[in-house]
Design a binder for this molecule. Structure first.
Ligand code: SF4
Length: 289
């Protein structure tokens, strides 16, 4: 039995996971059509990164034209004093401007900036930031949601059982986690209690992810989980609708798949995750790699 098959057996995966000669082209999964709306219940709640609209300036009442003084003019009629306008509190500015304002900096500077970042409330509750891991020259970039409890403690993305499953999936697909991929999250700090990230937190952190992509220049991005997919693609579509297609993010082909933590709870969907990896490989090869 091959090493990959042994691994898959250890993972408890069925035959659909077993690579065969010519499996990328011939694999029956290639022929499967996308099942509609599968996996909609992947994560607790959809998080569409809905950025609050810019506050509109209050309408200014037209100023009355000054009256011409005329000798016979009657005395001005006394009117009630205009109500004093209460200042409208300025909403907390979202940091979407980081997209353009964060000047390109080198990789170590970026790491250091993230490590000391206090641009959103998550800095108050994190143990440490989680920048990413893997090879910054990798052709594959995997993007998840945000650090969980283990990641927050260890400072690395995708550790624990979910990380182990991801490692096994990558290895079964012939990818080395440290050499062939770079793994990062949309958010670099853990939301307390693993709650969904808030839109202003995403906006605050987004510039770091864009910088990482700019440095790595991956050939392919794989968005892991509904949250990452919806955030990167700025859509509320379900993961069932987003899987099985090739999207683009910052000009880079992007394929959507399930988050490994979801797969741990929904073993039958591992076969669909395998289909996603097949699609990702196909896109990668078509890109001339
Ligand atoms: S989540 Fe991102 S923006 Fe917020 S404090 Fe952490 S690194 Fe900074």
């Amino acid at each position: 039995m091959s090493r990959a098959a042994l691994l898959q057996q250890e993972m408890g995966l069925g035959p659909a996971w077993q690579a065969r000669a010519g499996w990328f082209e011939q694999h029956p999964a290639q022929l499967l059509r996308q099942a509609p709306a599968d996996g909609d219940a992947e994560e607790p709640a959809a998080l569409a990164a809905e950025i609050a609209p810019e506050p509109q300036p209050a309408a200014v009442a037209p100023t009355a034209a000054p009256q011409q003084s005329a000798p016979a003019a009657p005395p001005p009629v006394e009117t009630a004093p205009a109500p004093i306008e209460q200042p409208v509190p300025t909403p907390e500015p979202l940091r979407a401007e980081l997209r353009t304002e964060l000047a390109p900096i080198d990789w170590p500077q970026l790491q250091s900036r993230v490590a000391g970042c206090q641009d959103c409330r998550l800095c108050e509750t994190r143990t440490q930031t989680v920048f990413g891991r893997g090879n910054p020259q990798a052709r594959w970039m995997l993007i998840g949601e945000a650090p969980g409890e283990n990641e927050d403690r260890q400072g690395l993305p995708f550790v624990g059982r979910a990380g182990q499953l991801l490692d096994n999936m990558l290895q079964a697909a012939g990818l080395d986690r440290e050499q062939d991929v770079y793994i990062a999250n949309v958010l670099k700090c853990r939301p307390p209690g693993n709650r969904n990230p808030a839109p202003d937190e995403i906006a605050a952190c987004n510039g770091y992810l864009l910088q990482q992509i700019r440095h790595i220049q991956p050939t392919l991005i794989v968005a892991l989980g509904r949250f990452a997919a919806q955030t990167l693609l700025e859509t509320e579509d379900s993961i069932g609708r987003l899987r099985g297609k090739v999207h683009r993010y910052q000009g880079v082909p992007l394929v959507v798949s399930y988050h490994p933590a979801y797969l741990l709870r929904n073993q039958p969907d591992k076969a669909k995750a395998w289909q996603d990896l097949l699609l990702a490989h196909k896109v990668f090869r078509q890109a001339g790699n």
